[in-house]
Ligand binder design. Structure first.
Ligand SMILES: [Zn+2]
Ligand SMILES: [Zn+2]
Length: 260
């Protein structure tokens, strides 16, 4: 099962990175619908896809307006299921698809997370959703397929005592946001985002097998936008590598991982 990192920026697109969308091709499940959603062209292999929305800040939903091209293009796509919390669905319908902002809403089938309960079946997986720590509210998702589990966690502030980590215990693949550097911790807390030292420490503590960092500052073009190399060096010096996930990657647009 392949996980495609279509957009790895937060806030706004840059020359190198579009905003949030990750795609599990085989079951046809997308996490978020940022500006990178247009990249689903050529990847959709199913008649229906499900989009799991973390929240409705524009960098995560602007791509919902791109679906007319995907329905009318060279894809087998016929049905689009959107999953989100009730108030987020209302906000999308009322604001993003207000006729003053966009002419005609695509034929979405809406699924309210609160009605489905904390755990439901999706594309052959057990899907769990849980609240994150972000202004306006956001949720994370964990999908347990037979043989592999993957979680998507953005946007959030990762703290030592953050409740949501108990949903991530032992997950095989974790996509976690990391918008800021360690030096920008104050700004991260202020805006509801994370920094690498705490994310890596919590991933290690909760037995995460592989960690993919994403949602980077689009103004930073350096290949290591959050100083991860330095963070890992420090952990090695402090003799903690045995607790680290076995793989820690900085996501880049159009990168893909074979999950199983
Ligand atoms: Zn964001
Ligand atoms: Zn946000």
């Amino acid at each position: 099962m392949k996980l495609h990192c279509l957009g790895t920026a937060g806030y706004h697109p840059s020359e190198a990175r579009h905003t949030a969308c990750f795609f599990l091709q085989e079951p046809g499940i997308a996490f978020d619908a940022g500006s990178s959603l247009f990249r689903l062209h050529g990847l959709i292999a199913t008649e229906s896809i499900s989009v799991l929305l973390s929240h409705t800040h524009l960098d995560h939903v602007m791509g919902l307006t791109f679906f007319w091209d995907l329905l009318g293009g060279n894809t087998p796509l016929e049905r689009i299921h959107i999953y989100a919390q009730r108030e987020k669905i209302e906000a999308i319908r009322e604001h993003l698809f207000h006729p003053s902002l966009f002419p005609v809403i695509p034929p979405f089938e809406w699924h309210v997370l609160e009605d489905l309960g904390p755990r439901f079946e999706l594309g052959g997986a057990k899907c769990t959703w849980f609240p994150l720590e972000h202004p306006g509210g956001a949720v994370g998702y964990r999908l347990d397929f037979p043989g592999v589990s993957v979680a998507y966690v953005t946007d959030t502030t990762c703290e030592e005592d953050s409740e949501y980590w108990r949903n991530l215990q032992g997950v095989d693949w974790l996509v976690h946001e990391c918008n800021f550097t360690d030096q920008e911790k104050k700004m991260a807390r202020h805006t509801g985002h994370s920094w690498p030292t705490e994310v890596v420490a919590q991933a290690a503590k909760h037995g995460v097998e592989r960690l993919i960092l994403t949602h980077f500052n689009p103004m930073v073009s350096h290949p290591d936008p959050v100083g991860l190399r330095e963070v890992l060096q420090k952990r090695r010096l402090e003799n903690t590598p045995e607790q680290a996930p076995r793989l820690i990657e900085l996501a880049r647009d159009n990168m893909a991982f074979e999950l199983i």
